[in-house]
Design a protein around this ligand. Structure first.
Ligand SMILES: [Zn+2]
Ligand SMILES: [Zn+2]
Length: 365
């Protein structure tokens, strides 16, 4: 079977034949049907994050279960599933309290199977799997707890997005910040994740939703997903303009879907006293932001982070699928472009140029 391998940072992915072992106890083998091109994969390709290589990247995907190993009872062959890229041991402090995105129940590194071994190799060289998945491949063998069954009516490319961008953005609003109806919301960065923060705010009933991005085409996407106002920082200081739209006070909630020093400081400046700023976008490891402890205390500001939208994957992934099938979640509009697996490097080039809401690799059925 074919997979896209990163051998070295700042070199293209190589789409080549690899050898795959079947599922062991507690594992499933899934035929990948669609997989999204996400900025987190790019962080590894460009050397921002440095897990061991070679690695099969890809973590936002959906597919059909082909085979399960001994002891698997949660899925069976034929099931349609969305991959969840966080572990879920079911026993640790976090899993026990409904916060499994923070699961710390396993000691093996997150690019090997739970027993610490590999399932993929090429010419005898073992290959790591990003997040124990590595969905830039025709098939994935992974822990069965990381595949979540969904309704078969769900189309594949849209299902793939429910694996990362959609829960990360919508969950940041509904699960992490818990935005209430009537609230005012700022979203900095209107790519795949930021657009889902915008539509999460719309679902929550926010009254004012301000999208902010340096690219006017992304601001047009933001209006399509529910932004009531859009700002391009090239036209003036975005924090001043946010205050202008909120009676001089600032927004109730601000979300940073980028993850940089400047945007972290902007979301803190843009919230009103008593407001909440949420870091959603994953930054490079070296990024630091100098905040003012004095202002944090004086204005009772809250700064939070969220991984994977603080969702409960087993509950929230099927629920997001239902919201789409009910016509209340916009996913078709997110898919700007589709690619074959051997075109994946073009998918990352388009991501870097900011041309797409989301690019998705689809596999011939
Ligand atoms: Zn992602
Ligand atoms: Zn756990």
């Amino acid at each position: 079977m074919k997979a896209a391998i990163l051998y070295k940072a700042n070199t293209p992915l190589e789409v080549v034949e690899v050898e795959q072992q079947g599922p062991q106890a507690g594992e499933a083998r899934v035929r990948v049907m669609a997989t999204g091109v996400c900025h987190s994969d790019w962080h590894i390709m460009n050397g921002d994050w440095t897990p061991p290589l070679p690695m099969v990247l890809g973590h936002e995907a959906a597919g059909q279960v082909e085979e399960v190993g001994p002891g698997v009872s949660t899925v069976r062959p034929g099931d349609h599933v969305v991959f969840s890229f966080r572990p879920h041991c079911g026993r640790c402090l976090y899993c026990s309290t409904g916060r499994s995105v923070l699961c710390d129940g396993y000691s093996s590194p997150r690019w090997l199977m739970l027993d610490g071994t590999f399932r993929l190799s090429r010419d005898g060289q073992p290959l790591h799997q990003l997040a124990r998945l590595g969905t830039f491949a025709e098939f994935v063998v992974c822990p069965a707890e990381m595949v979540i069954p969904i309704r078969k009516a769900m189309p594949w490319p849209q299902a793939a997005l429910v694996g990362c961008a959609v829960p990360t953005g919508v969950g940041a609003v509904t699960r992490c910040a818990r935005v209430e109806a009537g609230a005012s919301v700022l979203v900095i960065g209107c790519g795949g994740v930021g657009l889902n923060v915008v539509q999460g705010a719309r679902l929550a009933g926010a009254q004012t939703i301000i999208g902010c991005d340096l690219l006017d085409n992304k601001l047009a996407f933001a209006r399509q997903f529910g932004a009531t106002h859009t700002l391009n920082p090239r036209d003036g200081d975005p924090v001043e303009r946010v205050r202008g739209l909120t009676g001089g006070r600032g927004v109730d909630y601000a979300f940073d879907a980028i993850g940089s020093e400047a945007t972290t400081l902007q979301i803190l400046d843009a919230i009103r006293p008593g407001g909440t700023a949420v870091i959603v976008g994953m930054a490079a490891l070296t990024v630091r932001a100098p905040i003012s402890p004095y202002v944090m205390a004086l204005h009772e500001k809250t700064l939070k982070g969220t991984i994977y939208g603080s969702i409960r994957p087993n509950l929230d992934i099927p629920q997001l699928v239902e919201l789409y099938l009910d016509g209340r979640l916009q996913l078709d509009e997110l898919i700007s472009r589709t690619y074959r697996l051997d075109e994946i490097n073009e998918g990352f080039a388009a991501l870097r140029r900011g041309e797409v809401a989301r690019g998705v690799v689809v596999f011939p059925g």
